[in-house]
Design a protein around this ligand. Structure first.
Ligand code: NA7
Length: 533
C-alpha cells in the first residue's frame, strides 16, 4: 500500500468544513473537501425554505477568526435570513480561495479504515474513491433530513416540499391551499412566512413547542459600525457564556426574588430580541421543576393573550414539557397567524394523519385537499449524519454498531477503534451557538494534527479507557437537566427513524468554557489519552 492521495479529507463544506480546510492548508497539508451539495454552506446551503433565518444574533454567528472578514462584512439584520448567510459563506470561500480544494456533488457513501496503509479509504455514491491519512467529519448535527413515517407520501399529485431540501427556484403560495406538517423551529419559521401569501394554510401539529419573540430588525450602517467596533468584546463575552451566545443566565434563582420582580424580569426578556428568555433567564429555570413551571405559565399567558380563539391557544401551549426543555423556536407574529381567517390548526394527537392521498391528506376525522404540502419534519440529529455513511474502523467494525446503544466518544472528537478520524460537532461536544463551538473544535483538531506531524506520528486513536471515561462524564453532566427528560432531537429521539425511540445523551451539557478546559488540558498534557504511533 502506497502513500494516501491526501493528508486529510474533510467531509462537508459547511461552517466547520470550510474553516477546517483553511486551517489545515495553513499547516501545509494536502486537503480535499468532499461536499454533497453543489455549493458551500452546509445548513445554509440546504435549508432555503421560506423564512429560514438565524435565531442567534448575526454578528455573534459569523466567523471570528479573520479580521479581514470582520472588517468587510456587514450584516443587514440582527437575525439574518438564509440567502444572506449563504452569500456570506460564499464570500468566505472566495476570500480564502477555498473552492479549489472542494469537490462538489460528491456524497460520501463509505469510509473504511485501512490498518496496513494507516489511511482512510473513501468512496462516493458514484463509486469514485479517495484515500487520506486523516479523516475529518464536518457533517453537521442537523443535516440528515428524515422522511416522516406517514403512509402514501408518494401518492400526492400536488407540490410536495421538504424544508431541508428546499428547491433553489422560487415557490409561490399565492392563492394556493397549503399544508405544513411539523411545528419545530423550522416549521414555525415556515408557517409565519407562508401565511403571508397562501390562499389557505392548514398546520398539522403533533407537539406544540414553546416559542418566544425574535424581535428582528434591520441594522443601519451606523449601528453596524458600532457592532464592528465592539467585536473584540462581543467574542470575548461569547467565550465566557454557557453556550457561546451573547446571552447568559442571571445568577439569581427564580424564587429568590419576589413574584413582582420575577414577572418584571420575564416581561423584559419577552420583549427583548433573541434567546435571552431561554439562556439568559434565572439560573435554575432549566433544572428546577417549580421554577420551570412558573416560567412556563408566564409564557402560556402570553400565548393566550396573542391568540384570539382560546381553544386554539390551548392547543398551542405545550403540556408535556416545560419552557426551554426543547429548542425554543423564535418567532415573528407566529401566534397571530392563527388569528387569520385563512389559517387552521389541526391537532394530530386528537385526529392523527392516516395517510397522504392523491389530492391532499386524510386524518382520522376528515379528508383535506391541498395544492402544496410542506414537510417540516426535522432531522435524524447528531448521529444521523454518521449513520448515513458506511464508516468502518479497525477490524471492519461499523461505527453505527459501536454507537447502537448511544454514542461513545472522547471529547466528542475521537472514537476508539476509529483511528485518525476526527469529528467536528460530533456527539458529546458542546453545541450552543454553533460557530463559536465550531471554531474551537477546528482549532483543537488542527493543533492535534500539527502535533502529530511534528512528532512524526501517522496514527492517533483515543484509548477505550478515555472514551469510556468521557462518555460517563457526559452522562453525569446531563443529570438533573429537565431537557434530558423530554423527547426531542436533543435527546436523540426520532420516531421516523428505526431504532431511535430511546433517549440518549447526545450532547455535552456542561458549559462551553468547561468543555474547552477539558480539551485544553488534553492538549497541554501531550494527548496522553490517545494511543499514538
Ligand atoms: P424538529 O425540531 O425536530 O421538529 C420537527 C417537527 O416535525 C416536530 O414538530 C415533530 O413533531 C414533527 N414531526 C416529525 N415527524 C412527524 C410525523 N411523522 N407526523 C407529524 N409530525 C411530525 O426539527 P426542525 O427542523 O424544526 O428543527 C431542528 C433544529 O434545526 C432546530 O431546533 C434548530 O436548532 C435548527 P414532534 O415534536 O416529534 O411531535
Amino acid at each position: 500500500m502506497g502513500q494516501p492521495d491526501h493528508d486529510a479529507i474533510v467531509i462537508g463544506a459547511g461552517m466547520s468544513g470550510l474553516y477546517q480546510l483553511h486551517r489545515l492548508r495553513e499547516l501545509g497539508m494536502k486537503v480535499l473537501v468532499l461536499e454533497a451539495g453543489s455549493g458551500v454552506g452546509g445548513t445554509w446551503y440546504w435549508n432555503r425554505y421560506p423564512g429560514a433565518r438565524f435565531d442567534s444574533e448575526s454578528y455573534s454567528y459569523g466567523y471570528s477568526w479573520s479580521q479581514e472578514l470582520l472588517a468587510e462584512w456587514d450584516w443587514s439584520e440582527h437575525f439574518a435570513p438564509q440567502p444572506e448567510t449563504e452569500r456570506y459563506l460564499n464570500h468566505v470561500a472566495d476570500t480564502f480561495d477555498l473552492r479549489r480544494d472542494i469537490r462538489f456533488a460528491s456524497r460520501v457513501a463509505r469510509a473504511h479504515w485501512d490498518e496496513a496503509g494507516r489511511q482512510w479509504s473513501l468512496a462516493l455514491t458514484d463509486g469514485t474513491t479517495f484515500t487520506a491519512r486523516f479523516l475529518v467529519t464536518a457533517i453537521g448535527p442537523l443535516s440528515a433530513p428524515v422522511v416522516p413515517r406517514i403512509a402514501g407520501l408518494d401518492d400526492f399529485k400536488g407540490e410536495a416540499y421538504y424544508t431541508a431540501t428546499w428547491p433553489k427556484h422560487a415557490v409561490s403560495f399565492v392563492g394556493k391551499r397549503v399544508a405544513v406538517i411539523g411545528t419545530g423551529a423550522t416549521g414555525v419559521q415556515t408557517i409565519q412566512e407562508v401565511a403571508k401569501t397562501a390562499g389557505s394554510l392548514t398546520v398539522f401539529q403533533r407537539t406544540p413547542n414553546w416559542c418566544a419573540p425574535l424581535l428582528n430588525r434591520p441594522i443601519p450602517k451606523a449601528e453596524m459600525a458600532a457592532i464592528r467596533a465592539g467585536y473584540p468584546a462581543l467574542f470575548e463575552r461569547c467565550q465566557q457564556t454557557f453556550g457561546g451566545f451573547i446571552h447568559t443566565a442571571d445568577p439569581r434563582a427564580t424564587f429568590e426574588v419576589s413574584r413582582e420582580e420575577r414577572e418584571a424580569f420575564w416581561e423584559k426578556l419577552y420583549n427583548e430580541p433573541g434567546f435571552g428568555i431561554w439562556v439568559g433567564n434565572f439560573s435554575d429555570v432549566l433544572v428546577d421543576r417549580a421554577a420551570n413551571a412558573e416560567l412556563s405559565e408566564f409564557v402560556a399567558r402570553k400565548i393566550r393573550g396573542r391568540v384570539r380563539d382560546q381553544a386554539v391557544a390551548e392547543k398551542l401551549i405545550p403540556k408535556n414539557h416545560g419552557f426551554g426543555t426543547r429548542r425554543v423556536p423564535l418567532e415573528t407574529r407566529y401566534y397571530e397567524v392563527y388569528n387569520q381567517p385563512n389559517v387552521r390548526l389541526v391537532d394530530i394527537t386528537e385526529t392523527p394523519i392516516e395517510r397522504i392521498t392523491a389530492c391532499g391528506l386524510r386524518t382520522s376525522a376528515e379528508a383535506f385537499a391541498f395544492d402544496v404540502i410542506i414537510y417540516a419534519t426535522g432531522f435524524d440529529a447528531v448521529t444521523g449524519s454518521f449513520d448515513r455513511i458506511d464508516i468502518r474502523g479497525t477490524g471492519g467494525r461499523r461505527l453505527c454498531d459501536k454507537w447502537a446503544g448511544g454514542p461513545q466518544t472522547f471529547l466528542g472528537v475521537q472514537v476508539d477503534g476509529f483511528p485518525n478520524m476526527m469529528m467536528l460537532m460530533g456527539p458529546h461536544t458542546a453545541l450552543g451557538n454553533l460557530p463559536r463551538s465550531i471554531e474551537y473544535n477546528v482549532e483543537w483538531v488542527t493543533r492535534l494534527l500539527a502535533f502529530l506531524r511534528s512528532r512524526g506520528h501517522t496514527r492517533a486513536e483515543a484509548t477505550a479507557t478515555a472514551v469510556q471515561a468521557w462518555t460517563e462524564h457526559v452522562k453525569a453532566m446531563g443529570q438533573g437537566l429537565l431537557s434530558n427528560e423530554v423527547d426531542s432531537w436533543m435527546t436523540g429521539v426520532n420516531r421516523n427513524v428505526a431504532g431511535k425511540d430511546v433517549r440518549i445523551i447526545a450532547r455535552y451539557s456542561g458549559t462551553a468554557p468547561e468543555y474547552r478546559r477539558h480539551c485544553d488540558a488534553v492538549a497541554a498534557g501531550g494527548y496522553r489519552e490517545l494511543a499514538l504511533g
